[in-house]
Design a protein around this ligand. Structure first.
Ligand code: NAD
Ligand code: UDP
Ligand code: UDP
Length: 343
């Protein structure tokens, strides 16, 4: 029964979790909040392959049933339409807490809901973890560094965040979520993990979520100009989703709380990114400059020394390798072939 399944993970925590990823250990019950979204659904695929029982909790704000539909009918899979702002009772061993709109367009759409999701949603997941003795992994973000004054960003950097700006619902929300996570860890002995995720792209991203990689790829495919905001000299570091999923699982299985930066240190200006998209999809794609959004961070690049040392993790897929994999998925979705939503 459930108790019998739960014990191994607790013991693993106590004994240092030395079991290699994807091997031996089977039959954990894992909840993935936001599991119908872009990153969450890719994570669910890996957990299902490993033999876990996976419960996806999602309110479908930005997630899509199509992202997990291929698991319908599996006795190891369950999809619950639920908003994490409301309490929920589940019996599980691990919680991957991803539920939260991630693109600026979506998280600014209803900022109060965004901060509630980050604060109350995370509180509920930590309360759940406390009640059942589960391990809870929070997907935080590089946005906790704000418009960083240190470059690249190391986990010990406290950040430079505007507390009253249009992005605050997200960055301050995630910062509070990190605080709650550490307070449950220190105060209630909950096993926790914190990942600070840097810009991630790949198959199953929302086509119209306004993030730069999805915008450029969809625009190039639709023969529309690539919209570069501001002067295009701001930088981001783009990580392919499979690298992130590997990092999240290593973090969950490992012995270290974090926070850990999970990102690809390959740094690009938006103009350089536009060039890579042109090379990959359409060399004749035009560029159109647009005014930038408020409080846009000027640069961002992870220092991943800590994850390399303690998790044995580093990204494997470069932007030039990963982009074509995303383009294949976007091509199918942009041109209306609904049969295949993934790579
Ligand atoms: P996404 O929008 O594709 O997925 C988020 C999922 O959460 C969606 O399925 C959505 O429906 C669900 N959701 C949102 N609010 C909810 C609520 N109140 N209750 C239940 N479900 C809810 O975004 P993603 O890129 O897959 O991001 C996943 C997580 O990773 C987020 O927490 C995000 O902050 C974090 N993250 C992502 C990136 C990135 O570049 N993709 C970078 C940093 C952090
Ligand atoms: N919670 C939940 N599922 C559970 C246990 C708790 O959703 O299985 C919620 C609970 O409703 C509360 C939050 O998690 O809003 C924090 O729970 P905790 O027990 O830490 O605090 P308390 O309920 O004492 O405020
Ligand atoms: N951006 C852009 N064109 C777009 C969308 C975004 O030039 O069509 C820029 C945006 O101003 C920012 C960068 O790309 O500097 C990354 O934006 P995104 O929304 O993808 O992620 P985040 O700001 O959260 O890193």
């Amino acid at each position: 029964s459930f108790q019998a399944q739960r014990r191994p993970s607790l013991l693993m925590g106590a004994t240092g979790g030395k079991i290699p990823l994807g091997l031996k250990r089977k039959g954990l019950r894992v909840v993935v909040t936001g599991g119908a979204g872009f990153v969450g659904s890719q994570l669910v695929d890996r957990l299902m392959v490993r033999g876990d029982t996976v419960i996806v909790v999602d309110n479908f704000f930005t997630g899509r049933k199509e992202n997990v539909m291929h698991h319908f009918g599996s006795p190891n899979f369950e999809l619950i339409r639920h908003d994490v702002v409301e309490p929920i009772l589940l019996e599980v061993d691990q919680i991957y807490h991803l539920a939260c709109p991630a693109s600026p367009v979506h998280y600014k759409f209803n900022p109060v809901k965004t901060i509630k999701t980050n604060v109350v949603g995370t509180l509920n997941m930590l309360g759940l973890a406390k009640r059942v003795g589960a391990r809870c992994l929070l997907t935080s973000t590089s946005e906790v560094y704000g418009d960083p004054l240190q470059h690249p960003q190391v986990e010990t950097y406290w950040g430079n965040v505007n507390p009253i700006g249009v992005r605050s619902c997200y960055d301050e929300g995630k910062r509070t979520a990190e605080t709650l996570t550490m307070d449950y860890h220190r105060g209630a002995n909950v096993e926790v993990r914190i990942a600070r995720i840097f810009n991630t792209y790949g198959p199953r991203m929302c086509i119209d979520d306004g993030r730069v990689v999805s915008n450029f790829v969809a625009q190039a495919l639709r023969k529309e100009p690539l919209t570069v905001y501001g002067d295009g000299k701001q930088t981001r570091s783009f990580q392919f989703v499979s690298d992130l999923v590997e990092g999240l699982m290593r973090l969950m299985e490992g012995e270290h709380v974090g926070p850990f930066n999970l990102g690809n240190p390959g740094e690009f200006t938006m103009l350089e990114l536009a060039k890579v998209v042109q090379e990959t999809i359409d060399p004749n794609a035009n560029i159109a400059f647009r005014p930038n959004t408020e409080d846009d961070p000027h640069k961002r690049k992870p220092d991943i020394t800590k994850a390399k040392e303690l998790l044995g993790w580093e990204p494997k897929v470069s932007l030039r390798q990963g982009l074509p994999l995303m383009v294949k998925d976007f091509r199918q979705r942009v041109f209306g072939d609904q049969k295949e939503g993934s790579s």
